[in-house]
Design a protein around this ligand. Structure first.
Ligand code: B3K
Ligand code: ZN
Length: 877
């Protein structure tokens, strides 16, 4: 076989090829002799044969230097090293396997396995990182009891951490020391963790509902203790919440969180030892925004909740990833909703679905929440698996109601605690506990794409009947041509023109407000409807679908005021704006004047002046959709037209609502900084007004307001809001403020991420040369994923006008960057490429340029599997 070709075309794995393992490992004792240059790993495993036909033990292992293999304490010569691991031949049916190997943490720039982060050493093993530490059965359905001994220099690494409980420690004569950890819960290797370093520690304690004391420890870089308190508060809130809402209690005597600066994603739920990107731990008012605080609360919750949904019950294979991720996202969403504002949380989550997930489903990477085919697993930690996965869980929650859903959870744990399960197992538990048939519902796990609902209605005054017709259609996606009708919960409400809610009934019986759509076309009749009603559809975004209904402006304006569901009031405003964005993009393309009627502005004015609405909700309604959100309204995206129409709307709002925006701005100032919903809400409304004011014709007023707010702010939320406004509206002060911020914060990477992103998303026509210059800025580093995402990620994802420049300069720049990152950090590279693989959404000229860019990347030497998978899908004719 031509090995070059084999290398160029990595092989896909298929969900349906799952086979139980031939061998399992019940116990493993790991011994790490730790140093950044060379770490020696000794793994002593108890191996048990499961399939009597199997003679050879096939272990996964990559980038390892094998030193020795012993079986039952005797040297073993009968083995073969392969590209992907080790085949140990003719093994007994049960034995102790001892493997010694070496690794080089300092060379590990991919940040997968054991690597160096600043002064510390840490691990990341999900999905398949453990095979970069030692040869192992690196698959989630092999669960072993781990014990870990770590030896290292005491001065450099005073803290040596791993999963479970610390059971012994000691000093060695040569300045080294050791610690022994034992985790009583069997777990797959992806949940293994090790950290060594010097830290400041925030300690606390939590008493569980059954009165057990749990030590809580948060490890941060020296000097950062004052930024760790919110993470601790969030952790304790998460622990309490999981007990009260889900009845789930923590199970070890210690729970540790370590914050590291070099991390490919947000955080990792390793048993008893969560490792976090410092972005999701560190916060104090001067450095972190309200959004950062809420992000920390959400991610701390998410990782903690994984202890049950992920660690205690794990996934049988990686195709089942949504089993733990969709469910845990649903749990963290509910946690955040219970802690703060449910409506605002829902709106944020729906925005993410509509902006990013819908775009993914319309891209070459479209996949069901339970993928069928994977080349590189790391490519499937997606908004589809996570957020759409959470929407699927949420729909089950809607169909079952809280009590039956919790009964389903209980049954799920009764059946699967301590084992590796599948998505089917989860749905079966929900179905068996509730008695509700979920057979058709299960299609959500296997079908990709965004369903489209087309709703029509008629009113029969003579019979006082209202008739609703709903059609569902899921357009073909690249991965799947044929689609079936799904079971879709459609939450509706009917109103009289005076705002009163109409009771839903048919043949004398009440009808539940959540309709069950199961066919491609269905009709619903409502009786005793005295007047032609106004309908609120898809309340709370009851399903992840697109909706088409011929709303008149007046209906939407009515719903903005009267819908009982806060999300629906927001959504009506979105639909109203969407109408005028579509219309004006057309106007622009046909050289007609842009328009926005007074009645629309009046509707938004009424929201702005509402005295009863939550200020945070008002802010959500008054914040115009982002360019990426608007892009999803179009089959073919014209980034410049979208930008121009958005600018037009901003200036119309700013000029017409100027007095009101000013008044609301000043009315919502908060003197002291507290992380409390009512204060966060006020700040968000105040800053939303500031943003809009900057687009008024009178720029000098906004310039003064922005400068004042920037220089007088006592917190990062207000400081950054001012700076963002200055840059986005290109106010006179923007360069001065950017320089001031840089001088003040250049030593703080996390704070500078905000500044880098702002520079990268500036509407300035020279933005690309700015971004290129910033690659050598004192705060930037091509080795730190946070910096890369802040600068390059922001440019390619959130500056569509610049990235899609018609001369192809944005694409060319991304090719250069990816050529460098391909080998260095394939995971980060593969995330950055997303906007480039969506070529089919753009006009012919851009498509051609994007295709050329992708073809250049395909020719790279040693193209990673990660990039190969995405590029090859994008280039399918
Ligand atoms: N489970 C991890 C994600 C691991 C990503 C590996 N590429 C974090 C989380 O979802 O909680
Ligand atoms: Zn997760």
């Amino acid at each position: 076989m031509n090995t070059k070709t084999a290398e160029l075309q990595p092989i896909a794995k298929y969900r349906l090829d799952y086979k139980t393992p031939d061998f399992t490992i019940t116990d493993i004792d790991l011994d790490f002799d730790l140093a950044p240059e060379i770490t020696t790993v000794t793994a002593r495993s108890r191996v048990v044969q499961k399939n009597q036909q199997a003679n050879d033990l096939i272990l996964d292992g990559e980038d390892l230097k094998l030193i020795s293999i012993n079986i039952n304490e005797q040297p073993w010569q009968d083995y073969q090293i392969t590209e992907t691991g080790l085949i140990i031949q003719n093994v007994p049916s049960e034995f102790t396997l001892t493997i010694v190997n070496e690794i080089k943490p300092i060379d590990n720039t991919a940040l997968e396995g054991l690597y160096v982060s600043g002064e510390a050493l840490c691990t990341q093993c999900e999905a398949e990182g453990f095979r970069h530490i030692t040869y192992y059965l690196d698959r989630p359905d092999v669960l072993a009891r781990f014990s870990t001994r770590i030896t290292a220099n005491k001065q450099h690494y005073p803290y040596l951490l791993s999963n479970g409980n610390r059971i012994a420690q000691g000093e060695l004569a040569d300045g080294r020391h050791w610690v022994q950890w034992q985790d009583p819960f069997p777990k797959p290797a992806y949940l293994f963790a090790l950290v060594a370093g010097d830290f400041d520690i925030l300690r606390d304690q939590f008493t569980t509902q059954s009165n057990r004391k749990v030590d809580l420890e948060i490890y941060v870089d020296k000097g950062n203790l004052d930024r760790s308190h919110w993470a601790m508060t969030s952790l304790k809130n998460s622990m309490r919440w999981d007990e009260t809402r889900f009845g789930l209690e923590y199970d070890l005597d210690i729970f540790m969180i370590v914050a590291v600066d070099f991390f490919n994603m947000g955080a990792m739920e390793n048993k008893g030892l969560n490792i976090f990107n410092s972005k999701y731990v560190l916060a104090k008012p001067e450095t972190a925004t309200d959004t950062d605080y809420l992000g920390i609360e959400g991610v701390i919750g998410h990782e903690y909740f994984h202890n049950w949904t992920g660690d205690r019950v794990t996934c049988r294979d990686w195709f089942q990833l949504s089993l733990k991720e969709g469910l845990t996202v649903f749990r963290d969403q509910e946690f955040s909703s219970d802690m703060g504002s449910r409506a605002v949380k829902r709106i944020d989550d729906v925005k993410l679905m509509r902006t990013v997930q819908f775009a993914e489903d319309a891209s070459p990477m479209s996949h069901p929440i339970r993928p069928d085919q994977v080349i590189e697993m790391n490519n499937f930690y997606t908004v589809t698996v996570y957020e759409k996965g959470a929407e699927v869980i949420r729909m089950m929650h809607t169909l079952l109601g809280e009590d039956k859903f919790q009964a389903g959870m209980k049954l799920y744990f009764e059946r699967h605690d301590g084992s590796a399960a599948t998505c089917d197992d989860f749905v079966a538990a929900m179905q068996d506990a509730s008695g509700i048939d979920l057979t058709q519902f299960k299609l959500w796990y296997s079908q990709s794409g965004t369903p489209e609902l087309t709703v029509t209605d008629s009113y029969d005054p003579k019979n006082q009947q209202y008739i609703l017709t709903v059609e569902q259609h899921t357009p073909a996606t690249q991965d799947q041509a044929k689609k079936q009708a799904l079971h879709i919960p459609l939450d509706i409400e009917l109103y009289q023109h005076n705002g009163q809610v109409i009771t839903l009934q048919y043949q004398g019986k009440p009808i539940h407000h959540v309709l069950n759509l199961t066919q491609s076309k269905q009709q619903f009749i409502f009786e005793h409807v005295n007047e032609k009603p106004i309908i609120s559809l898809l309340r709370d975004f009851s399903a992840p679908v697109k909706l088409t209904y011929d709303y008149q402006d007046d209906d939407l304006i009515f719903l903005m005021q009267h819908a009982t569901n806060a999300f629906s009031r927001y959504d009506a405003a979105q639909m109203l704006l969407a109408k005028y964005v579509r219309l004006n993009v057309e106007n622009l393309q046909e050289n007609r004047e842009l328009t926005l009627p007074e009645s629309v502005l009046d509707a938004f004015r009424a929201v702005l002046l509402s005295e009863t609405a939550d200020p945070a909700l008002i802010a959500q309604i008054l914040t115009l959709p982002s360019e990426n959100e608007l892009a999803n309204l179009f089959k073919v995206i014209d980034p410049t037209a979208i930008y121009q129409v958005r600018q037009f709307l901003l200036s119309r709002f700013a000029n017409e609502l100027n007095d009101e925006l000013n008044a609301v701005y000043f009315n919502n100032k908060v003197a002291d900084y507290h992380i409390e919903h009512k204060d966060i809400a006020k700040r968000s409304l105040k800053n939303c007004c500031l943003t809009l004011l900057a687009y008024a014709d009178n720029k000098s007023h906004a310039n003064t307001l922005v400068s004042q707010q920037y220089y007088h702010a006592n917190n990062m939320t207000d400081c950054l809001a001012a700076l963002t406004t200055a840059v986005k509206a290109q106010l006179d002060c923007y360069n001065e403020l950017l320089t001031d911020f840089d001088n003040k914060w250049h030593q703080d990477g996390l704070v500078m991420d905000k500044w880098l992103s702002l520079n990268a998303t500036s509407p300035d026509t020279h933005v690309l040369s700015t971004v290129k210059k910033l690659l050598t800025h004192r705060s930037f580093s091509m080795s730190n994923p946070n910096r890369i995402r802040a600068l390059i990620g922001a440019y390619v994802n959130n500056n569509p006008v610049a990235f899609h420049a018609e001369d192809g300069s944005g694409y060319h720049f991304l090719v250069e960057i990816l050529s460098e990152l391909n080998q260095k950090n394939p995971q980060v590279a593969a995330r950055l490429i997303d906007p480039l693989i969506r070529l089919k959404r753009y006009g012919e000229k851009r498509q051609q340029l994007m295709r050329t860019a992708l073809e250049r990347l395909l020719k790279l030497d040693n193209l990673s599997k990660d990039l190969y998978e995405k590029i090859s899908k994008a280039l399918v004719a």
